[in-house]
Write a protein that binds this ligand. Sequence first.
Ligand SMILES: Cc1cc2nc3c(=O)[nH]c(=O)nc-3n(C[C@H](O)[C@H](O)[C@H](O)COP(=O)(O)O)c2cc1C
Length: 300
Amino acid sequence: MSRKLKLSLAMASVVTASVMFAGCNEEQPKAESKTAQSEVQNAPAVKSAKSVVVYYSQTGATKKLAQIFKSTRNADEFELTLVKPYPSTYDSTIAAVRAERESKQWPALVNAKLDVAKYDTVFIGYPIMFGTFTPPIYSFLDANDLSGKVVVPFCTYGSGGRKASAAELKTLEPNANVTLAYGISNKRINAEKGIETATREVEGFFADLATGKTDEILMGGYSGQRPLTADDSAAFAEATKDYAYLNLKPLSVSSQVVAGMNYLFVCEMKAFGGPATQTNVKIFKPLPGQGEAQLIAVEK
Ligand SMILES: Cc1cc2nc3c(=O)[nH]c(=O)nc-3n(C[C@H](O)[C@H](O)[C@H](O)COP(=O)(O)O)c2cc1C
């Protein structure tokens, strides 16, 4: 059975598809969108702050992303290590994480306590598990008080979870300034030029942060849904061919010409054969000859 299918089946019983796959990133070739002046004034001063990259990574994708944050932001590094590492097989990890989530017994960390006082900005990186951040992040949050800090979430995922995880972080850290989150799929960061792609997008992400962009502003660039053309359908089919388990049916689309094409498809989704929900699917299609259309994220 494929890894994705296994994930799908294992998670279907635990969380709803709408929560699991809520998430998307906005950092593909930039959309033109207007910037609210008040947001600009409130933009956190991320760049000049003394910062640290806190992260957990089980299979290395988030670690790659953490290194990009560390080097581009000149930040310290704090990799979370489990006292009892997750099992080496995927199925067993699913079972272990499910048990932690059901009991809310978060895993013990070798290095739970960070000297938070040294930092103004905490970048928090994680793989999406069961629709939100991985359990070791709860352990870290339980052991540290991030009140007053700028908290910048970043994540890797199979199909999504960026927005939902950042929203949960905001709830758990109401006294921190939790910013827009960055996310990239496992498939894209692990691709041949994945590090270059992620580095370019992270730069765009920080430009968005500096100008106070929000998800709402970024989504504003996708107004005007229209019926699909044959080209739209072809791009959709190419980008979603590895995501059959989501059972996505595109209903309408809006597109932006960039260096290639950004698409936002409104879709009906019956993930794992469950009930139909409406969801957005972001796809990027490079210029001809520069690669296949890619699923960027599935989000609500
Ligand atoms: C237990 C478990 C649960 C997962 N749940 C989700 C999920 O709900 N949504 C998703 O898009 N990806 C999910 N994934 C995929 C991971 O988020 C993805 O593979 C990530 O890039 C792994 O990061 P890492 O290599 O840093 O560990 C899950 C993976 C595991 C092991």
